[in-house]
Design a protein around this ligand. Structure first.
Ligand code: ATP
Length: 246
């Protein structure tokens, strides 16, 4: 039991959730390594949402509101860390969830679907009748009525290849990735350099805030955003934080 007074309480609890996910069979053992990499970058950004991340979270909310067919992709780490948050975000954005795994097994996909349903998820795309072009077979499997035909896809903790393949399919890809240098971060249309545990509730909050805006106003928000520029700001914020003598 980790005491709440521990200075690294939140980070340690997050780690426990991932370990719990592995024990339940919803998170891949490789997910532990991904989490470790994420933690290292979270340290560098001061374990808080930066100004640039808030900016991209707001644009992500606008894109989800504008989307005709948004889908939220769920992997084993996301399912262990913020399942309820992702379910709420799906409801707010009117977007179904779809389990999409790098280390895919049908058993793990089904476990994650059951886990999400037990927490109240209603809309989950469960078929694997489509293939993303240009990827190995297992990693490419998607639901034709879900990610395959989506216009906007939110991909928390994606791998670079698949992110690129989705962009190549003409989709607008929103990635959540604490590493601003990863291939995913570099190739997504909107990159949120923040911990998924903070980013998901923030996007939901922005959806609430922006849902009164009309299409033109939402489009203006999206057009005013430049992902390369925002990533450069994210890196500058890390440098500033580190030079502030933490
Ligand atoms: P890429 O193929 O995009 O270069 P990668 O090989 O660097 O990705 P993976 O191990 O496939 O990385 O995926 C893990 C990614 O997810 C890392 O970039 C890591 O920073 C990020 N990550 C891990 N945990 C979290 C988290 N809790 N919130 C946000 N991002 C996270």
């Amino acid at each position: 039991m980790i005491p709440k007074s521990h200075p690294r309480y939140e980070s340690l609890m997050t780690r426990e959730q991932i370990v719990g996910g592995v024990k339940k069979g919803i998170t891949s053992i490789n997910g532990l390594i991904a989490q470790g990499r994420g933690e290292a970058f979270d340290y560098l950004i001061g374990e808080k949402t930066s100004v640039s991340a808030l900016q991209s979270e707001k644009v992500a909310a606008a894109l989800l509101l504008l989307a005709k067919k948004p889908v939220i992709s769920i992997n084993g780490n996301a399912a262990a860390l913020v399942p309820e948050g992702l379910i709420r975000l799906g409801e707010a954005a009117n977007a179904p969830l779809e389990v999409n795994l790098f280390h895919r097994t049908e058993e793990r996909v089904n476990k994650i679907i059951r886990h999400l349903r037990s927490l109240g998820a209603k809309r989950i795309c469960t078929r694997s009748d489509g293939l993303i072009p240009g990827l190995g077979h297992e990693r490419a499997k998607v639901d034709i009525k879900g990610i395959f035909s989506a216009d906007v896809v939110l991909v928390p903790l994606e791998d670079g290849d698949r992110c690129k393949a989705l962009v190549d399919m003409g989709k607008t890809v929103i990635a959540i990735d604490l590493n601003p240098l990863s291939r995913t971060a570099q190739c997504a249309n909107v990159t949120i350099v923040d911990n998924i545990t903070r980013a998901v509730p923030n996007i939901s909050k922005f959806i609430e805030e922006l849902k009164g805006l009309n299409e033109n106003e939402l489009q203006r928000l999206v057009k005013g955003f430049d992902n390369k520029n925002n990533l450069a700001n994210a890196i500058d914020e890390i440098i500033e934080y580190l030079s502030s003598g933490v």
